[in-house]
Design a protein. Structure first.
Length: 604
């Protein structure tokens, strides 16, 4: 199990670094300036102990040869100031450039992630939490700042300081350089091993619970109306408390391992300090090192210790940023599910004829829903889709929109295979009014014009009038500028339906899909919406998913589905005459239920 976890962590580390390097490669000039500036500033730190030692030697010899010593001291002092000033300037250049680099990367990553999420399959969205997805993107984008700072500023300068100090000390005293090099290598290796192999697995688990926590919060808050409706606030509090309790346990274990990691690093660093300083004192006692040489060694180790001590923090930051980014990187690697073919071209729908030719389709690896399924819908025909739940009605219209790909056969619109055209062009020419209409938290005007964003105010108002929506919009204090709230919660069901119909009017698509929009409305709203839909259907190929059969009696044709097959078709008059027919049985059942409701109402 530990080996598996290590492989997973290594895989995540490689994936995040490869992802980051790909984005670095988009800005090679900035990256080169940053690394050059960091290297130059670190060189100043590497040389500072050397001139500090020379300054100490000059001061120590000052009593005998004061003039010569003063010149040497002044030269060493001037060099120390120049090195410090150069390091400050170079660090400033590096920080300014890394700000631009990181902001550009964060922008690109956020845009790319949003672009991909928008195009992931309907099934992916159905299986995920919107709140969790948002948390993955925002947390990953924020983590990039820490990752860039850690890799390009912190670890790169630490590595440069380590190599430079080991080489410079080794030039004067090979054993000292060897102690520095070997001790630093052991320290860094131990730090990386503990951070990535000991702390990181638990940090990854803690992050997964952090994502679940975000999803649980978003789920309850976005459905607050349901929570209030059932008086379930206390129950939701308790449910969230359980999630938080698990999150707290995971975080505590992660933080404890981080503390143990830090203590181990401190002990290792203490041992290295004892070895370096002890050897420097041994050289001095033998007369092999002057006071300035000892100062050189002590200053070098003092600076190096600061870099090494920070290596532990930098590796922990690296591990934390990798943990925070891995879900974002995984998101980017998710298969689109439905992708445009490389040679796909825009579709041009003029008439709206639809043909299913020998279609085979199943969800996942399940039992086929459609098996050698064929049907044709003429241009301008108004067709009702009837049948029990799960019979294939909704799947029928989703396949026309190419929300899923077929397992066999093809679907043609005006003779064009929908799998060979761009999805955006296909869906922009199909208007849909769903049973549960979703609106964006934008103005009413923006929602109505969503399918035709270049429409003017006059066109928007005309569409609203045709949809019987203008009157209620005009009564609002801000009229068409009114924000509708998340998913349109500020509007009633009937108002949302009329806005959705206005949106379909303005889209002016040749194909119209209606997932019956009146089944859960009051009589007045239903009458308004029914008239608006009748106006909307004129001159368009129309598919209506029928839940209440009384609404499809006037359609040109009805397709009766059962288990992915069309078992009856014809107009209402023809189907109602079929003895033992499915449609007749469904219609009579609904008529009987309506009669019983009227009887109960009249008896009150």
């Amino acid at each position: 199990m530990d080996r598996i976890r290590m492989d997973l962590r290594g895989g995540a580390f490689r994936n995040v670094l490869a992802f980051t390097v790909r984005h670095w490669s988009r800005q090679p000039a900035r990256l080169a300036i940053i690394m050059t500036a960091v290297l130059a500033s670190t060189l100043g730190d590497v040389l500072t102990p050397l001139y500090s030692g020379r300054l100490v030697d000059a001061v120590a010899k000052g009593a005998a040869t004061k003039a010569i010593a003063w010149d040497a001291a002044l030269a060493a002092f001037s060099m120390l100031i120049a090195l410090a000033l150069g390091a400050i300037v170079m660090r400033h250049v590096a920080f300014i450039r890394i700000i631009d680099l990181t902001l550009k990367m964060m922008t690109d990553i956020s845009i790319d992630a949003f672009h991909r999420v928008q195009r992931l399959s309907t099934e992916w969205h159905a299986n995920g939490f919107a709140g969790s997805t948002v948390r993955k993107i925002t947390r990953g984008a924020r983590a990039l700042e820490l990752l860039n700072d850690t890799l390009l500023i912190a670890l790169f300068s630490s590595l440069s300081m380590l190599i430079g100090s080991a080489v410079l000390l080794g030039w004067y005293w090979p054993i000292t350089g060897l102690i520095i090099a070997c001790g630093s290598f052991v320290y860094v290796a131990l730090t990386i091993t503990l951070s990535l192999g000991y702390v990181a697995p638990l940090a990854s688990l803690a992050n997964s619970w952090d994502t679940r926590l975000g999803g649980a919060l978003a789920d309850a808050i976005s459905c607050n109306a349901v929570v209030k409706g059932f008086g379930a606030e206390q129950r939701e509090d308790e449910r969230l408390a359980k999630v938080i309790a698990k999150w707290r346990r995971r975080m505590r274990r992660t933080w404890i391992r981080g503390t143990i990691n830090g203590t181990t690093q401190g002990i290792t660093l203490l041992a290295l300090r004892a070895a370096v300083i002890g050897y420097a004192l041994l050289l001095w006692s033998r007369g092999q090192a002057s006071p300035g040489d000892v100062a050189f060694v002590l200053t070098s180790f003092s600076l190096l210790r600061g870099y090494l001590r920070d290596v532990g923090m930098h590796v922990r930051n690296l591990q934390r940023s990798v943990n925070d980014m891995e879900e974002l990187v995984d998101l980017q690697s998710q298969p689109l599910g439905i992708a445009d073919r490389p040679e796909a071209k825009p579709i041009h729908i003029t008439k709206g004829r639809i043909d299913f030719e020998n279609v085979h389709f199943h969800y996942g690896t399940g039992v086929p829903l459609y098996n050698d399924f064929s049907v044709s819908i003429k241009a301008g025909e108004q067709v009702g889709l009837v049948g029990p739940s799960g019979s294939g009605k909704t799947t029928f219209v989703k396949l026309i929109q190419r929300l899923y790909d077929l397992n066999g056969g093809r679907i043609l619109i005006d003779g064009q295979d929908v799998s060979k055209v761009t999805q955006a062009s296909l869906r922009s020419q199909i208007a849909i009014v769903q049973q549960e209409c979703l609106l964006l938290n934008r103005s009413l005007a923006e929602n109505i014009a969503y399918g035709h964003p270049s429409a003017g105010q006059a066109e928007i108002e005309q569409a609203a009038r045709l949809a019987s929506a203008h009157e209620f919009i005009a009564r609002l204090p801000k009229g068409y500028l009114t924000l509708v709230g998340e998913r349109g919660v500020k509007l009633s069901g009937g108002e949302r339906q009329r806005v959705a119909i206005a949106r379909a009017f303005l889209t002016n698509a040749p194909i119209l899909i209606l997932d019956e929009a009146t089944s859960s409305l009051d009589s007045e709203s239903e009458a308004l919406i029914q008239k608006a839909m009748e106006r909307l259907m004129v001159g368009r190929t129309t598919l209506i998913i029928a839940h209440r059969l009384s609404t499809v009696r006037a359609l040109d044709r009805l397709l009766v589905f059962e288990r992915g097959c069309i078992i009856e078709q014809g107009d209402h008059a023809a189907l109602i005459r079929l003895d033992g027919g499915i449609y007749r049985r469904l219609f009579e059942r609904q008529a009987l239920e309506l009669t019983e409701e009227l009887t109960q109402f009249s008896s009150r």
